[in-house]
Design a protein around this ligand. Structure first.
Ligand code: NAP
Length: 525
């Protein structure tokens, strides 16, 4: 499959006539071939209208057909072979081995949602049978299931050009929910986006999906995303990126004559707490694992451990010294875009402007213009609490160690920080009481609480929560990774006294789909 510089609109390759744009090589900033044609307002309208027209026929398909579509997308992505990972490597600077792993994750995600569809629990079917004799009033027959919200706009993330982009988790979960998808390609990986969009178009053709089930739009400037979110056919938005971008799109969605939900994953500094017994017994080992977690993927992970909280003293000093030694050996790595590189350098400058922040160590020097040099910094908790800027996300391979005078101060820092995707605690037996005291705060702060591990590495699974209170995400009730991410794009419908033949199959008396339902409060298959 060739990259032609085209969009996919309703299954067809379309050359945009709204100006031209290039993908850039992450390592050098040089233009990559071919030239892309940018979308026009008419293209946005066409993609969204086709998506709106496809909605009823697509959501009306049997679960098995949508599952087969998702599996076929996975197969087509594998078929793209090395061309996909090589292009993604050129556009993002991410190593080929990492991109191979990311492709596997993307494929597994699509296959997971095929399984979710076949299991049938996503319908959330509930039956309350009629009680005509009930006094003083009869109880009607009530049946509930979930349906898709409608066409979903997806904004691919820069840092996962496959797993959080065109055929990533947002697209897979929306398609599973019966929602057509219109993707706005991330400008940092246009060619990768086109290749994956072409694979989806082939899969849609091979499985006879309705025209309009999927489109990819490419363009320069915020107008495209704004027009997409503002289009009346779009019913929900999936976004991963900056706090600024996510909030801008949320404002547009709220200002529409019919407001729609924006599921935006934005900003998180993922605190890692090291309790005293663990610090004393395993400080060295934790320090090495922590530094690996800080620098992996040039630190461009939303779950990067941006701050460490521990009690000041000799054990913390030795931890800092081991972590510094480990970090100094880490090579500088190419960042995703020149803009992200600039934001990283600005973030480090901002931290270092605070007189009480000390830089403990820096990694190997940069060799390319957009290489990030790893940094380790330290500050006392009083300063951290007093200077709000120190708690802002610095997207890249850096972390700030916050030394607390005592456990109360550590708990105060945790209570004051903003909402997070993750909070990690390292504890040993002697720390159990402190760990227990922290639990209520940890639950309130983060979507995922993990012990004796590192937050980078997000398993795609049934119980995963990759979400959290604002500003980690715009809606803490949801996750963007894992089986339950489908719930973002569903809404419940109740059917009252509807004749059996008119009910959706999943709610009929004979339960022809054989799915588990809650019948009068009891699970029944
Ligand atoms: P971004 O600038 O927020 O862009 C994400 C997507 O949204 C892109 O497609 C972008 O369009 C679009 N967009 C952004 N602002 C918009 C607006 N006001 N109106 C319409 N569309 C808009 O994120 P990024 O480029 O991936 O990275 C920039 C920063 O985001 C990083 O430095 C980091 O701080 C943060 N980030 C966080 C995470 C996370 O998981 N928490 C992940 C990645 C990045 P264009 O493609 O045209 O720019």
């Amino acid at each position: 499959m060739q990259i032609q510089g085209e969009m996919i609109i309703g299954g067809k390759a379309v050359r945009g006539e709204g100006g031209t744009l290039h993908a850039l090589a992450a390592a050098t900033g040089e233009k990559l071939e071919p030239v892309f044609g940018g979308a026009t307002h008419a293209d946005v309208d066409s993609a969204c209208t086709l998506a709106g027209n496809a909605f009823d026929s697509y959501r009306g398909l049997p679960d098995e057909s949508r599952a087969a579509f998702l599996e076929e997308i996975a197969r087509q992505i594998v078929e793209l072979g090395a061309a996909l990972t090589e292009r993604a490597h050129a556009e993002t600077g991410l190593p080929l081995a990492r991109l191979d792993g990311e492709r596997t994750r993307t494929v597994n995600q699509l296959n997971l949602f095929a399984k979710v569809l076949r299991a049938g629990r996503w319908h959330g079917a509930i039956v309350d049978t009629a009680q005509p004799e009930r006094k003083p009033l009869p109880h009607p027959d009530l049946r509930l299931r979930h349906i898709g919200l409608g066409p979903v706009a997806v904004f691919g993330a820069s840092n996962f050009p496959l797993a959080f982009s065109v055929a990533g988790g947002d697209t897979a979960s929306a398609l599973a929910a019966g929602c057509p998808v219109v993707v706005k390609a991330h400008s940092a990986h246009l060619g990768t986006s086109e290749l994956v969009a072409r694979a989806i178009a082939v899969a849609a053709r091979n499985t006879q999906m309705p025209e309009g089930v999927f489109s990819l739009l490419i363009g320069e400037g915020n107008w495209l995303g704004e027009a997409l979110v503002g289009h009346p056919e779009i019913q929900a938005v999936g976004f991963t990126g900056s706090r600024h971008g996510g909030l801008a799109l949320q404002r547009i969605a709220q200002a529409r004559s019919v407001p729609i939900p924006v599921y935006a994953e934005m900003s998180s500094i993922n605190p890692m707490v090291i309790l005293p017994a663990a610090l004393a017994a395993r400080g060295e080992q934790i320090a090495r694992g922590y530094v690996d977690s800080v620098v992996v993927g040039a630190g461009q992970f939303c779950t990067n451990p941006g701050i460490v909280l521990a009690l000041e003293g000799d054990a913390l000093d030795s931890f800092c010294s081991v972590a510094s030694g480990a970090l100094k050996a880490k090579a500088a790595t190419t960042m995703l875009t020149s803009g992200i590189h600039r934001a990283y350098c600005d973030g480090i400058d901002r931290l270092r402007r605070s007189p009480r922040v000390t830089q403990l160590a820096e990694g190997q020097a940069a060799s390319g213009p957009f290489d990030a040099v790893a940094r380790l910094l330290r500050v006392d908790a009083r300063t951290f609490l007093a200077e709000a800027d120190l708690a802002a996300e610095v997207f890249g391979p850096s972390s700030l160690i916050v030394a607390c005078r005592d456990f109360d101060e550590l708990r105060t820092v945790l209570r004051r920080i903003e909402g997070q995707l993750t909070v990690t605690v390292h504890l040993d037996d002697g720390d159990r009481a402190m760990g227990g005291t922290l639990m209520p705060t940890l639950e309130r702060k983060a979507g995922r609480v993990l012990f004796n591990g590192y937050p980078t590495g997000v398993e795609v699974a049934y119980a995963m929560v990759h979400g959290g209170p604002f500003p980690a995400t715009s809606d803490s009730r949801t996750t963007s990774v894992g089986a339950t991410s489908i719930e973002r794009f569903l809404r419940p419908v109740c059917y009252q006294d509807v004749p059996d033949a008119l009910l959706p199959e999943v709610l009929r008396a004979a339960n022809p789909l054989g799915v588990e339902r809650l019948v009068n409060g009891t699970p029944v298959r």
